[in-house]
Design a protein around this ligand. Structure first.
Ligand SMILES: NC(=O)c1ccc[n+]([C@@H]2O[C@H](COP(=O)([O-])OP(=O)(O)OC[C@H]3O[C@@H](n4cnc5c(N)ncnc54)[C@H](OP(=O)(O)O)[C@@H]3O)[C@@H](O)[C@H]2O)c1
Length: 249
């Protein structure tokens, strides 16, 4: 039987993969046979993370278009192609609305939305001539449900869900699919402040039908599915991996 979930022979780039959800998704892709290139800014932690997977790494800032284009060119020079882009690098900034600085809003949008657009566009320039590609964006339940203080993050993630659909509508016929994953509450460094807050953890446990925070490895199945031939007709979809949070009150 052919394994429709096998990623053997595929080449993937995962941004923001030195820890957290990016690392977990890179690990899952590698386990299913893909060659994986991990990205983040800090070279030391990135190298250690890549070594754990026997994977490659390229340190660059996703908000720097030139660095992104150089990285994509290096992947093509080394491997002849790029099959899978996981646009995952993301940051958070929490402040009451009236305390927000313009620069902080712009910084979050730059990483969580604008960089995803540019990397997807430049990856599509590689994928379209090959008639094959998988672009997977890490969205969020925060794109679907409102929460206080995370204004730029919510705007960026809602934008990313929209961008997922517009790109899917345009390039689907060329064998390139564009989908997003919308995680719920995962225990990662991004959520350190929330994890340290007992009342918040109790709220997550009671509010989420699954009754707990998620572990990063629990995102692996979704990214492997969307990256694989098994998802060949799944395009423009936002796959919630949130323990049921976004469908319950
Ligand atoms: N954790 C959750 O519950 C949750 C829920 C929904 C969505 N998400 C989304 O999932 C993604 C990953 O989140 P996480 O929780 O795993 O966060 P995390 O643990 O803070 O990891 C973020 C990763 O992104 C990298 N990064 C940050 N800015 C970057 C930049 N400008 N260029 C390149 N890499 C950059 C970081 O490494 P360096 O600092 O070394 O660059 C790190 O590898 C984000 O898009 C986040 O919004 C998370």
């Amino acid at each position: 039987m052919t394994d429709r979930f096998s990623l053997k022979g595929r080449v993937a780039l995962v941004t923001g993969a030195s820890r957290g959800l990016g690392f977990a998704m890179a690990e899952a892709l590698a386990e299913h046979g893909s060659t994986v290139v991990l990205n983040a800014r800090d070279e030391v932690s990135l190298r250690d993370a890549a070594a754990k997977l026997g994977a490659e790494h390229l340190a660059f800032d996703v908000t720097d278009t030139r660095q992104c284009q150089d990285a994509l060119a290096k992947i093509v020079a080394d491997h002849g192609k790029l099959d899978i882009l996981v646009n995952n690098a993301g940051i958070q900034h929490r402040r009451p609305l009236i305390d927000w600085e313009d620069a902080d809003f712009d910084r979050v949008i730059a990483v969580n939305l604008s960089a995803c657009f540019r990397l997807a566009r430049d990856a599509a320039r590689i994928m379209l001539p090959n008639k094959y590609g998988r672009i997977i964006n890490t969205g969020s339940v925060a794109a679907i449900l409102g929460r206080p203080t995370i204004h730029a993050y919510a705007a960026a993630k809602a934008g990313l869900h929209g961008l997922t659909r517009s790109m899917a509508a345009e390039i689907g016929r060329h064998g390139v699919t564009v989908n997003a994953i919308a995680p719920g509450y995962f225990a990662t460094e991004l959520n350190t402040a929330l994890l340290e807050d007992k009342a918040f953890t109790q709220w997550v446990e009671s509010r989420t039908p699954a009754g707990r925070w998620a572990k990063p490895a629990e995102l692996g199945g979704a990214v492997v599915f969307l990256a694989s031939d098994a998802a060949s007709y799944v395009n423009g979809h936002v796959l919630a991996v949130d323990g049921g949070l976004s469908v319950s009150l």
